[in-house]
Design a protein around this ligand. Structure first.
Ligand code: ZN
Length: 357
């Protein structure tokens, strides 16, 4: 199947993975110890602690509480030995675990319980493997006051490193005033908020049919809409210290960013005169963070050109098999300097997530 990257190469010697995938001779020297299963990533003689900001899991007890036990979700149950083996093979030293929200329509007491179960379980996973896992807290954003408490408790009491959120909350945009207390708390705590899309549910009818368009188009579009509202509604001006990381390279936004700078000039009637942005819309991209899940080194080159290499952090979507060569795409992006490769592979994420070297 030409469009399915074979996973068979995992059975090949690790050296082959390191070098056959990369045509950049000498620029990035990446080596593996053939005696060890764990792939160690080295850039120009420097061992890099690689960090994956986009790694999924679910907690079965929380799924049961919501009567969600379908096979697709069960596949995300984290089995530590299996997860570590796959991370070792891919050259991932640390995963920042997150749980995609399925509780945004739950009643308050159920949502509260789901979050408590998940955050405690995530903290326990991280405590058992402190060198390999950190985690984003789950928060019940449909009850912003509760989400504020959950974020603070998750970070201060459980050692979680931020929060993972969808791209909207049961049809409401993040820029809505009701969510301001949550953004304020995230800014105050200085923690990273990871935005992961959820298929643009409002377009479900149009995204039916062959090709899993709800995901391949719906997900990047969902992120694009979420980030655009945070920019255009002035949310990022109101909370300038907010640290946001968008999944999948920020969806389509960085691919066609310049159009955002021209809308209000071409059709001012569609723009709210009361909202005076402090910067050009595209300039906000340079204060957001984006994972590297754009599949090709050329995609990565373009993303870096639009947002800055300093804003990109490695993301794999693991264990969902979208990408098992995340390290190689970064190593092989000829446009990047070695310092930029080191930053994207782990240095920037380690700083954002409080991971020590
Ligand atoms: Zn994902």
């Amino acid at each position: 199947m030409p469009y399915h990257l074979s996973r068979d190469h995992k059975e090949e010697p690790l050296e082959d993975i390191a070098f056959t995938a990369c045509s950049v001779a000498g620029a990035a020297r990446e080596q593996s110890n053939p005696l060890a299963r764990r792939r160690e990533v080295v850039v120009n003689g420097r061992r890099v602690k690689t960090v994956d900001v986009h790694a999924h899991c679910v907690i079965p007890e929380a799924l049961r509480l919501m009567q969600l036990q379908e096979p697709q979700r069960r596949a995300l149950v984290l089995v530590v030995a299996d997860r570590l083996r796959e991370m070792d093979e891919q050259g991932i030293d640390v995963e920042a675990l997150s749980i995609n929200p399925f509780w945004y329509t739950a009643e308050r007491d159920v949502a509260e319980k789901v979050i408590q179960i998940q955050n405690e379980a995530l903290a326990a996973l991280c405590a058992a493997q402190p060198d390999r896992f950190v985690a984003f807290a789950s928060v019940s954003l449909q009850y912003p006051d509760l989400a504020v408490q959950q974020l603070e408790a998750g970070v201060r009491k459980l050692g979680l490193r931020g929060a993972a959120v969808g791209a909207s909350v049961a049809g409401e945009e993040f820029s809505a005033v009701k969510f301001h207390p949550f953004w304020a708390k995230a800014e105050e705590l200085g923690v990273l908020i990871f935005i992961h899309p959820q298929s643009t549910p409002e377009l479900a009818q149009r995204l039916k049919g062959n090709g899993w368009l709800s995901n391949v188009i719906g997900n990047p579009l969902d992120t694009t809409i979420a980030l655009s509202h945070l920019i255009f509604e002035g949310t990022l001006d109101r909370f300038p210290g907010l640290k946001i990381c968008a999944a999948h390279g920020g969806g389509y936004l960085p691919s066609y960013a310049a159009r955002s700078d021209h809308g209000c000039r071409v059709a001012p009637r569609f723009c709210d005169g009361a909202i005076q942005l402090k910067k050009k819309p595209t300039e906000y991209l340079r204060q957001l963070y984006f994972d590297s899940l754009v599949f090709t080194s050329e995609g990565l080159r373009h993303l870096a050109a639009e947002v800055g290499a300093s804003q990109i952090v490695m993301g794999t979507d693991h264990p969902i098999p979208w990408q098992d060569q995340a390290v190689d795409h970064i190593l092989c992006a000829a446009s990047l300097s070695d310092d930029e490769r080191v930053a994207i592979l782990g240095e920037t994420a380690a700083r954002l997530l409080g991971i020590s070297g």
